[in-house]
Design a protein around this ligand. Structure first.
Ligand SMILES: Cc1cc2nc3c(=O)[nH]c(=O)nc-3n(C[C@H](O)[C@H](O)[C@H](O)COP(=O)(O)O)c2cc1C
Length: 382
């Protein structure tokens, strides 16, 4: 490469790996296909971001990723999983979130936020304290969790309150209010947390939703009503240029749970409800989020992203033990997913994107990094 290494110039290069091709959803272009996956840090103070969040996102904002998504942020106080979770239910949360946004925007990286309600998995201790229900761990700090049906998440967990019609409609308003705050904070996209057994997922799963009103029923189409209404409520209050993502648990991992066929139905419905991309995770309807039909191994969830992309004709993001450059390149170049979301590998190696660019023969890997690093690294002679 003889020019300035600008993204425009790189796109002209024939040798650019597929992982480093830009990707556009509505009005937002990700410079490459690597996205920081949402990762709860459990250190928020009354839902507010703290210095740790700035340091955590600071690492990734300087690393050349194509995009990033801030951790699950509660749309209500009791919609957080733990007392350490971020919130987006007060206007006072906006300032800290906007500081995270500005870290990424300073590097021209689109950043989104995952808006979430914990449902029957809420009122838990933070993982470092064992993630047990607060009702056991610290009863004074516990709250009444809610769900589509009064069914406990698993043995030892409190029975949640089954939401009535008015409460369900009120939660749709809270999702919309959270989305409005996300727009005010400057986020480029929003992801609805529809996975891991939390409220939205619990409406879609037949394991946790036994309702026989319009919010439930035997068919995936009926159980998709709440997820779709959340998507419509959010879409109605965000700019048309703003992408809306939806993280799904593509399979529950239990015989009587959500199947990939159900998820294809859901994805089609969500596509008609204003969702632009399905982020395909799995599990969590009972017990920890990792519980899935397949044992975790590198790329074990990629087939779900591939299936949804093909059968629902929706862009997808793959996630789950994506740990190596060639693996990520193969997922994108073979059309299994449009983007890869990465978590623990980025904790292990925050500069993964640049390292992957180098390994995959990107013509100018250091061009991914900010000028203050690039200038010196390009001139370093080993
Ligand atoms: C510390 C940590 C926090 C997480 N928090 C969230 C979260 O807020 N929302 C979510 O959907 N998934 C969350 N996850 C799951 C990740 O987004 C991701 O799906 C999972 O870690 C698998 O990807 P990986 O193998 O690249 O880490 C979290 C994972 C970790 C390790």
């Amino acid at each position: 490469m003889t020019g300035d290494g600008s993204p425009a110039e790189q796109r002209c290069e024939k040798s650019l790996p597929a992982l480093f091709e830009p990707f556009t959803l509505r009005g937002v272009t990700f410079a490459n296909r690597i996205c920081v996956t949402p990762m709860c840090q459990y250190v928020a103070e009354d839902g507010h971001a703290v210095d740790w969040h700035m340091a955590h996102h600071g690492r990734f904002s300087l690393s050349g990723v194509g995009g990033a998504c801030v951790e699950a942020s509660g749309i209500t106080r009791t919609g957080r999983i733990t007392h350490g979770c971020l919130g987006i239910y007060l206007d006072s949360h906006i300032e800290g979130l906007a500081r995270i946004v500005s870290l990424y925007h300073a590097q021209d990286i689109p950043v989104g936020i995952q808006i979430a309600h914990s449902g029957r998995k809420g009122s838990a201790a933070v993982p470092l304290d064992g993630a047990a229900p607060l009702a056991q761990h610290d009863p004074e700090k516990a709250w009444q969790a809610v769900a589509p049906s009064a069914i406990a998440m698993s043995d030892g967990w409190p029975v949640p309150h089954a939401l009535d019609e008015a409460e369900i409609l009120s939660l749709l308003d809270k999702f919309a209010a959270a989305a409005t705050r996300a727009v005010r904070a400057g986020f480029d996209f929003i992801e609805i947390h529809g996975a891991h057994g939390y409220l939205v997922n619990s409406f879609f799963s037949p394991i946790s939703n036994k309702r026989n009103d319009r919010w439930g029923g035997p068919d995936p189409e009926h159980r998709a009503r709440f997820p779709a209404q959340v998507a419509e409520a959010v879409r109605a209050v965000i700019p048309s240029s703003m992408p809306l993502l939806y993280r799904t648990s593509a399979v529950d991992g239990f015989d009587d749970g959500v199947t990939i066929e159900d998820t294809v139905v859901l994805a089609r419905i969500l596509g008609s409800s204003g969702v632009d991309l399905i982020d395909c995770s799995s599990g969590g309807i009972i017990g920890p989020s990792g519980r899935a039909a397949l044992r975790p191994s590198p790329g074990y969830l990629v087939p779900y992203a591939e299936r949804v992309r093909r059968d629902a004709d929706m862009p997808t993001m793959a996630v789950g033990l994506i740990v190596a450059a060639q693996q990520a390149e193969d997922i994108v170049s073979s059309g299994q997913a449009d983007m890869v979301a990465m978590g623990r590998q980025l904790l292990d190696d925050p500069n993964f994107a640049m390292h992957a660019a180098r390994e995959l023969g990107h013509p100018n890997p250091y061009s991914l990094l900010p000028e203050s690093y690039r200038f010196f690294l390009e001139r370093r002679k080993l």
